[in-house]
Design a protein around this ligand. Structure first.
Ligand SMILES: *Cc1c(COP(=O)(O)O)cnc(C)c1O
Length: 437
């Protein structure tokens, strides 16, 4: 096994990055893209096809970032491309209803017993922000509870991190969020029943909603026990508090019914994004008819969007979800992922490396730790990220693209062939050898 390969050329990417820094803060339009947590300058991508990416220097990679989750069908999927192209000839935006919105809604709602009605927005952030407003409008309460280690986009109410103590008012995790907003958000640890009890005792009748990522996958992959999620459902119900499942990653990643079906639990409001737009900017939130009747123009909770339900984005979503709806789509993808994970786990065990591979559906996460279970954000050792950095660089040099942070999960798409996965496994084995050399 070769543990020394040449560094890939990043000449063109580096030059583009210098130009980008003139125009954008940190040279990027979303912070993690700046590669601050890994080595080197960010790679500027020129194109993608199936499971592959090509950067501006002509380097080719097998991609496991998949645009952070949306590309469950890989890059440049033919059906999505054709649907988008056909729509382009008819117009880009009308600001009026189209049949396309009905079609995508039908695909989402008809196979999903957890929601009756949805509203399309243009990002996951917007979906979650609107869901929180709906919960507050419906319950006439102001406080919300979120969990340390769950990401819900960048709206003010949710850029809040835990203070110290079991149950504390949040502290803002971004400059520019008023402390008075953060005071309405309570942050607790995942997998902690006591903290939940304490929250509902201390803030009785004040909590509009508890929001949780269906399966927390934005800060490592923090797999929760089904029992705990059922407990969360019960305690929220008992207190007249709504339960919001943020399924922006898990929705349509774990099948059409996402994490709700995975746990067999009925949340009150669900949010979607990423996959439902087939690579275009689409988000959605959904709930029962009763709850959704509170959204304007039917009800008093205002929410709107100039480009909401954008026809090109709807066309992409319809094409994507039509493929995902085919029989065995998810079971095949999960089988492929399970085999990929099993081979790597066997190798890790054989070598005695201190690294875990956590997985659910077609999501996986490398955690450089001896712990065989990680359920809370504070169980992740920040020092372990140094190992991820080494692995990340070694993988790029071997033609494998992972997300540029050890807190990010990897995604397998239906476009990943056996050959792609074999290539990646070999690269991973070599890269792990470097990490543990
Ligand atoms: C990505 C993500 C968001 C934010 O979605 P954007 O489209 O980036 O605004 C919200 N919640 C979860 C769980 C996510 O993974």
């Amino acid at each position: 096994m070769s543990t020394s390969v040449q560094e890939i050329s990043r000449e063109k990417s580096a030059a583009l990055f210098e130009t980008a820094k003139k125009y954008f803060p940190g040279g990027v339009n979303s912070p993690v893209r700046a590669f601050k947590s890994v080595y080197g300058t960010p790679l500027f991508i020129e194109r993608g096809d199936k499971a592959h990416l090509w950067d501006s220097d002509g380097n080719k990679f097998v991609d496991f970032c998949c645009s952070w989750g949306p590309l469950i069908l890989g890059h440049n999927n033919e059906q999505i491309r054709e649907a988008v192209t056909a729509q382009l000839h008819k117009g880009l935006s009308f600001g009026a209803p189209t049949q396309l919105e009905n079609e995508l809604a039908e695909l989402i709602v008809s196979k999903n017993k957890y929601i009756d009605k949805i509203r399309f927005v243009s990002s996951g952030t917007e979906a979650v922000m609107s869901a929180i407003r709906l919960a507050r409008g419906y319950t006439k309460r102001d406080k919300i509870v979120k969990f340390d280690g769950c990401y819900h986009g960048h709206s003010d109410s949710l850029l809040v991190k835990a203070g110290s103590g079991l149950v504390t008012f949040g502290e803002t995790s971004s400059a520019g969020v008023p402390q008075s907003f953060a005071a309405e958000t309570i942050v607790i640890d995942l997998n902690d029943r006591e903290a939940l009890q304490e929250v509902f005792t201390r803030y009785k009748d004040q909590i509009a909603a508890v929001i949780i990522e269906g399966i927390p996958a934005n800060n490592g992959l923090l797999l929760q026990d089904k029992d705990y999620i059922h407990y969360l459902r019960q305690i929220t119900k008992d207190n007249g508090t709504l339960l919001i499942f943020d399924e922006v990653i898990t929705g349509f990643r774990l099948g059409f019914t996402g994490a709700a079906a995975y746990y067999d639990v009925q949340p009150d409001i669900l949010t979607y994004g990423k996959i439902i737009g087939g690579g275009m900017p689409v988000g959605a939130y959904g709930a029962s008819n009763e709850l959704m009747a509170h959204i304007s123009p039917d009800g008093g909770v205002y929410q709107a969007g100039t480009l909401s339900g954008n026809p090109v984005a709807m066309a992409a979503g319809i094409a994507a979800l039509s493929i995902l709806a085919q029989p065995d789509f998810y079971s095949n993808l999960e089988k492929v992922t399970a085999a990929f994970v099993a081979e790597l786990r066997a190798h890790i065990q054989e070598k005695g490396y201190t690294v875990q591979l956590f997985t659910v559906g077609s999501i996986f996460w490398f955690a450089f730790t001896a712990q065989t279970s990680i359920k809370r954000a504070d169980e992740i050792d920040p020092a372990s990220m140094e190992k991820y950095k080494v692995m990340h660089r070694a993988l790029l040099n071997r033609g494998v693209y992972f997300g540029p942070s050890g807190y990010e999960v990897g995604f397998i798409s239906a476009a990943h062939t056996q050959e792609d996965l074999r290539f990646a496994i070999d690269a991973l084995k070599e890269s792990l050898a470097i990490v543990f050399a």
